[in-house]
Ligand binder design. Structure first.
Ligand code: URC
Length: 300
């Protein structure tokens, strides 16, 4: 009559902090993450027959995150995700896949009197670095890295004209507008056969390349549209990091509307005279794309 068609379980929102203390220099390095682990396998009977013998308790999964964080580096987060996924799929014969998501929060070192401080940090924005991984027994490790919540704005160098017009169209064409978005960028790595292959990758360099390219293209492109600008970002990241299969962006177009102030003593604040704008919180455009390397294989 009925059958279990989807089953995954685990611990979400495991908050983790690790400090590395260099004894010689006294310099501390800190990492803070929020971890999610979801397991898959021969666990049907825990749902259908109240059989808890197949359940690796979610508390056990949380304890494992802390123990493996003590025994291994937790940065780069891609590597720690693969370490966790490999642990769960190799330790428990009936667990066949582990989905590990890690959100890495920013702690940026303070500069005091022009010098980097050895043990003081600040949160320099809402931006996070995210990893979504799947480790599947006998298949490998699939990893998607992401930047999220990175808010950017340019005050010129963006246009939008030549778009389709019909009886529903009210928007005027513009050759000079404000462009602002919250960058959500993802990059899918080629399928790794095992943890050793994961450990050979410089994930921090790829994250830096993706972030630098996002900034450089955003700043320097004479943007014809969000669509055209984001495609250039994807194309350049694929070229910079050969181990990637695909790059994707999801960009809200955060509109800034002109305010006509001519009713007040003829104040000029439209077109080339516009300096005061009304930022809009909603609705917003939402432009998405994925650009794949030709011939890339499917992910897990
Ligand atoms: O860059 C843009 N892309 C669109 O698809 C679009 N649509 C719109 O109203 N403004 C914009 N801007």
């Amino acid at each position: 009559m009925s059958q279990l068609s989807y089953a995954r379980y685990g611990k979400d929102n495991v908050r983790l902090y690790k400090v590395d203390k260099d004894e010689k220099t006294g310099i501390h390095t800190v990492v803070e993450q929020t971890v999610r682990v979801l397991l898959e396998g021969d666990i049907e009977t825990s749902y259908t027959r109240a059989d808890n013998s197949v359940v690796v308790a979610t508390d056990t999964q949380k304890q494992t995150v802390f123990i493996l964080a003590k025994q291994n580096p937790i940065s780069p987060p891609e590597q720690f995700a693969a370490i966790l996924g490999t642990h769960f799929t190799t330790t428990y014969p009936h667990i066949h896949a582990a989905h590990v998501k890690i959100i890495q929060h920013r702690w940026t070192r303070m500069n005091i009197d022009g010098k980097p401080h050895p043990h003081s940090f600040f949160r320099d924005g809402a931006e996070v670095r995210v990893v979504e991984s799947v480790t599947r027994e006998n298949e490998g490790v699939s990893i998607r890295s992401k930047i999220e919540k990175l808010l950017v704005l340019k005050s010129t160098g963006s246009a939008f004209h030549g778009f389709h017009r019909d009886e529903y169209t009210r928007l005027g064409e513009t050759w000079d507008r404000i462009l602002s978005t919250e960058i959500e960028a993802g990059w899918q790595w080629k399928l790794f056969k095992n943890l050793a292959e994961v450990k050979a990758i410089d994930f921090d360099a790829a994250w830096k390349a993706a972030r630098d390219i996002s900034f450089k293209v955003f700043a320097e492109d004479n943007s014809a549209s969000v669509q055209a600008t984001m495609y250039k970002m994807c194309d350049q990241i694929l070229a910079a990091v050969p181990e990637l299969d695909a790059v994707d962006y999801s960009l809200p177009n955060k509109h800034y509307f002109e305010v006509d102030l001519s009713w007040h003593k003829g104040l000029k604040n439209t077109g080339k005279d516009a300096t005061v704008f009304a930022p809009q919180s909603d609705p917003n455009g939402l432009i998405q794309c994925t650009v794949s390397r030709k011939g890339a294989k499917a992910k897990l």
